[in-house]
Design a protein around this ligand. Structure first.
Ligand SMILES: Cc1nc2c(=O)[nH]c(=O)nc-2n(C[C@H](O)[C@H](O)[C@H](O)CO)c1C
Length: 154
């Protein structure tokens, strides 16, 4: 059975880990190992530990960069760390970030955080268990959270 790591943050304003886990469990049988860290800059090492110490086959790293300039810098640093952790472990860590200012109000923020967490959880299921489904979706303009944009038309 596959082992999926899920790490999220207390800084986020929605329980992204819970949504991701619910979606995984509705779609495949897997062992899930969950961690929660304070913020997005703590995600890379937590994800790496899930891979190195818990044997996770893939990890979801979920978080919410705030709307201030320093939050955006923080998000870039966290992303760089997540990429480095992937390269160090040769394992996918699917970064699921919802920037607080992507949403026009709190209702939309909750919708987006739930939806993006779930849609990326489905990507994880496909990458692990149904890679042919992922290939079928190549070039189809998928978006996680808001509506898909579809393929470019000529
Ligand atoms: C400025 C800042 N912004 C964010 C953010 O937008 N989102 C987030 O999840 N965490 C933020 N943090 C906290 C750091 O990611 C980290 O948790 C602390 O620096 C402790 O290592 C910080 C310090």
């Amino acid at each position: 059975m596959a082992t999926i790591g899920v790490v999220d943050t207390t800084f986020a304003r929605f329980n992204m880990g819970k949504a991701a886990i619910a979606e995984i469990q509705e779609n495949m049988s897997a062992k899930i190992v969950r961690r929660t860290v304070p913020g997005i800059k703590d995600l890379p090492v937590a994800a790496k530990k899930l891979i190195d110490e818990e044997g996770c086959d893939i990890v979801m790293a979920l978080g919410m960069p705030g709307s201030k300039e320093q939050d955006k810098i923080c998000a870039h640093e966290a992303s760089t760390g997540i990429i480095q952790a992937q390269l160090m472990t040769n394992t996918h860590i699917i970064e699921v970030f919802v920037h607080e200012d992507e949403a026009k109000d709190e209702n939309e923020l909750v919708f987006l955080m739930d939806q993006r967490s779930r849609e990326h959880a489905l990507n994880v299921v496909k990458m692990l268990a149904r890679p042919e489904k992922m290939i079928k979706e190549a070039g189809t303009g998928q978006r996680q959270g808001f509506e898909d944009v579809g393929p470019a038309r000529i």
